[in-house]
Structure formats: C-alpha cells, structure tokens
Ligand binder design. Structure first.
Ligand SMILES: [Zn+2]
Length: 479
C-alpha cells in the first residue's frame, strides 16, 4: 500500500513594531529579562489594553503580500489556557473573525508551480519565555509577553517534507520583503508548527494528524516531517491507529515523542475580548497598505529575466532573499555584467558565508568591491582562477580587490616580450609536442599551455599565452 503525506502549517512571525501590541513597552530583542514589562502586558487586574494600530497595518500588508482578502471587520478574542509563561492565563488572539482570509502562495516544486492555500492570518500576542536554570529551577522572562505576532495558517495542501520546506522558505522571504518582520530564525522571530498526517494514496479523507510546535529552522522542519510521517506509516502498517496529539521534536536525537493529547478549540473556552473594540478597516486604508508593498520576489524575478537577461534559475536564487537582491542590483549598477555578478552570488559567496557563519546582512565587503573584482577579470588583470583567491581574501578583510592583487603580485603577465621568451624556452624543451602538432595532434597545445601556466604560476593571460604558443610552434614547424 502506498501512503501520501499531508501537511498543514501554522507560521508565527513577530511583527517589527517598536512597541508591544497593547501597551507601550518596547519589543527589542536581547535585553535583560523582565525589563520590558508593565501592568498591561502582565495582565494585572483592572488594566485596559489599547490596540497598537501599526500591528493592524503590518498584518494587513502581510495579508496582501500573501494574496489574502482583508476583512473590513474583525475582532479580538481571549484564548484561555493556563501556562507558566502566560501570566494573564489567557492570550489575546483572534478566533472566528480573523483579519485576513483565503490567500495563496505559489511554490516551485521540481520546476512546476503549485498553489498552497492560506486559510487565514490573524494577529495575537506572544507569551513569555521559561528559562530552565539548573541551579535556580525554572525562571520566567516576560519581555516577550505582548510582542505582536501574526499567525499564518495554511490549508493541508502540502505534500511531504520538501514541499513544506519550500513553502516555509517562500513565506519567510515574502514577509521579509514586505518589511513587516525581520524573520530572524535564530531570535525566534519566525517559528513553524506542523500538522502531519498520512493517508492511502488516492484517498480523499484526511488521516488523524499530530502536531509539532516551534520548529525553528528549515532543516528541523524537513527532518521532523520526514520522521513523523514515517513513524505514522509504520504504526498504520502494524494495524495501530494514530492518536491525535502534540509531539515534541528533538532535533539533536532526530526523533519525535508524545507530549500531550491534542486540545480542541473548545478546550480554550474562547470568548470575545471585552476590553477591545472591533477592528474596522476601510477599503481606502487597505489600498494605502497595498501601495506600501515593495516589489515582491516574483515580480523581481520576472524583471531580472527581462532586464538583465538572467536565466530563470539564477533569477530565482538571486531574488530569494531581499538582501541578495539588493546586493545584486547595487553591484550591477556599477559594473554591467549581470551574469557574472549572479554567478558570484550563487556559488562562491554563499559558500564563504556558510563557512564563516555570516549572512548577506553581515557580508564583509560592499557591492562596489564585488564590482571591482569583476572588472579586474573583465579587463584581463587577473584570471577567473586568481579571482577566487582574491574573493577568499576579501572575506578575510584583507582589503579591496585591487589592494589584494597588488599585495600578492597576482596581476596577469601582460608583458608580451617576457611571456614570449618563457614560451620559446618551453617549446624548445618539448620537441615531442611540436612534432605531435605537426602530425595533426592538436591536443599537444593543451599540454604546452599547461606548462606555461605552471611556469608563470597561473599569472599568464591564457588567451595571450595561446596566441603566442601558436605563433612560436608554427614558426618552429616551418623552420
Ligand atoms: Zn507592557
């Protein structure tokens, strides 16, 4: 029997507002514990929350970017549950009237476009954080209480771990482009919950699902779904049934384990938040947010293909993050070699970033310097091979490309006379190659070029060297 994996996803993204959702406490990350709190975000009796308008605007912008319909009328609800990191014992969220409904995200799977439905996007507040200290027991940091979030809920349209990762990456990139969230995974600005079920291939009925919460890397997301779907298939094959539950993903051990049986909506005793008025948004306000959307990855990709003649594959990769696209455009504005710029941004630069644990935000050189490097190759000062070594030193902060080339004496030999005497000696020393060429074996040219490169430590300009080799060899043959 063949099984199909069905995945639905909930994505929580922190919004980039300066203050929290219902009070004026700052949302800054990384400050000492419990320094950004007040009676409102602690939920003390008698306090009144005031909805931060920027939260609504940011959420509307995110909704528009994900092709949702924006509700002119929505409201806030209380989701009641008791947990130590939630001092109010309820989370202010949205239940039956969310802000955004019915969107779509087109993902690219094996060269084909596949639409993934977005059920809804709602706004809510974040909870605090538990710190498990070995000596002091468990401590609570409430700095994050009341930090505004959007929760993006997908339809169960995702089939398998790879599609889930591609979808998550696409949503992350889209949010990052709109500027509503910084989407920093390492700071928990974006977190993924997945609902995984399996069913017989061809069946329409959904199987019983399990949920894994707070997956905070694309790799963990993919691995968790892979493991969990496999586990469910094994259970079903044994004739067992799947229990609806929340499971914990252990990324170090690479396994999931049961945590608690899954609560349903009624367990939360949702009810309308009595302290907040409904959210009413006019069509004009929605239009205004629409006008604030930047050029999105999809449109950028099309433009790169048309304007810079980039292949689709390149355009896709270059536009996958806002920072890479910005770096590309700035570099191309200085040196007009889009394909070369794209090549560096697709291969060497990501490899160095990964090795040095950097990102495009923290890359140690400027678009001007990348342009300078490309110009050095274009004008024949250095070979493509040497350029790779220059790039390495650029990552080590050893100066501009020109400085690095000068310091290491890496400029190609442009002196025809000097190169010619080196070549004459090599031709003299390799009579067999000359007789091979005379007999029609052109391969021997390659051997001679190799010898020249070796003698000049890679600094001979290959085109110039080839030209001189041909001249010297034909002179020799005709002697
Ligand atoms: Zn506060």
């Amino acid at each position: 029997m063949e099984y199909e994996v069905v995945v639905g996803m909930e994505i929580h993204a922190e919004l980039l507002t300066n203050t929290k959702i219902f009070c004026s406490c700052p949302t800054k990350f990384g400050d000492p514990e419990n320094t950004h709190t007040c009676p409102v975000c602690l939920g003390m009796p008698g306090v009144l929350p005031v909805l931060n308008k920027a939260v609504v605007h940011y959420a509307v912008r995110a909704g528009l970017a994900l092709n949702c319909k924006i509700a002119n009328f929505s409201k806030m609800d209380r989701k009641n549950y008791f947990y130590p990191d939630l001092p109010k014992a309820y989370q202010t969220s949205q239940y039956d009237r969310p802000l955004c409904l019915g969107g779509t995200v087109n993902i690219n799977v094996n060269g084909k476009t596949k639409p993934i439905g977005i059920t809804r996007i709602h706004i809510e507040e974040d909870a605090g954080k538990l710190l498990h200290e070995s000596s002091d027991g468990t401590l609570v940091d409430v700095n994050r209480c009341g930090v505004p979030l959007i929760e993006i809920v997908s339809e169960p349209d995702i089939r398998g771990p790879e599609e889930a990762r591609i979808f998550a990456e696409k949503v992350r990139n889209t949010l990052e482009y709109t500027g509503v969230s910084d989407c920093k995974m390492e700071e928990g600005s974006i977190r993924f919950d997945v609902n995984v079920s399996v069913r017989e291939k061809g069946s329409e009925k959904l199987g019983t699902r399990t949920e894994m919460k707070n997956l905070n890397s694309f790799r963990a997301l993919e691995r968790a779904i892979k493991y969990e779907s496999k586990r469910q298939i094994i259970e079903l094959k044994k004739g067992h049934s799947i229990i609806q539950e929340t499971r914990k993903w252990d990324d170090v051990k690479g396994i999931s384990s049961a945590m608690r049986s899954k609560e349903d909506a009624q367990d939360y005793r949702y009810f309308p938040e009595p302290d907040l008025v409904p959210i009413v948004i006019s069509d004009d306000e929605i239009e205004k947010e629409k006008s604030k959307l930047p050029e999105m990855p999809e449109a950028k990709k099309e433009r790169y293909m048309a304007e810079y003649n980039l292949p689709e594959y390149d355009a896709n990769l270059i536009t996958s993050t806002k920072e890479t696209a910005r770096f590309f455009e700035s570099t191309v504005n200085i040196c007009n070699h889009p394909k070369q710029v794209a090549n560096w941004l697709m291969v060497d630069i990501p490899a160095h970033l990964k090795e040095k644990d950097l990102t495009m935000d923290t890359i140690p050189f400027s678009p001007e310097e990348l342009a300078e490097l490309i110009n050095l190759i274009q004008d024949g000062t250095i070979s493509g091979k040497i350029a790779k070594s220059v790039m390495e030193k650029m990552f080590d902060g050893e100066g501009t490309p020109k400085e690095i080339v000068k310091k290491n004496n890496w400029a190609q030999m442009q002196d025809t006379g000097e190169l010619k005497s080196i070549i004459e000696k090599i031709v003299q020393d390799n009579p067999k190659s000359v007789s091979d060429i005379a007999a029609g074996n052109k391969k021997a040219y390659g051997f001679l070029t190799g010898q020249v490169m070796k003698a000049t430590k890679g600094k001979a300009n290959p085109q110039l060297a080839n030209k001189i080799i041909r001249e010297v060899v034909s002179k020799k043959i005709n002697e």
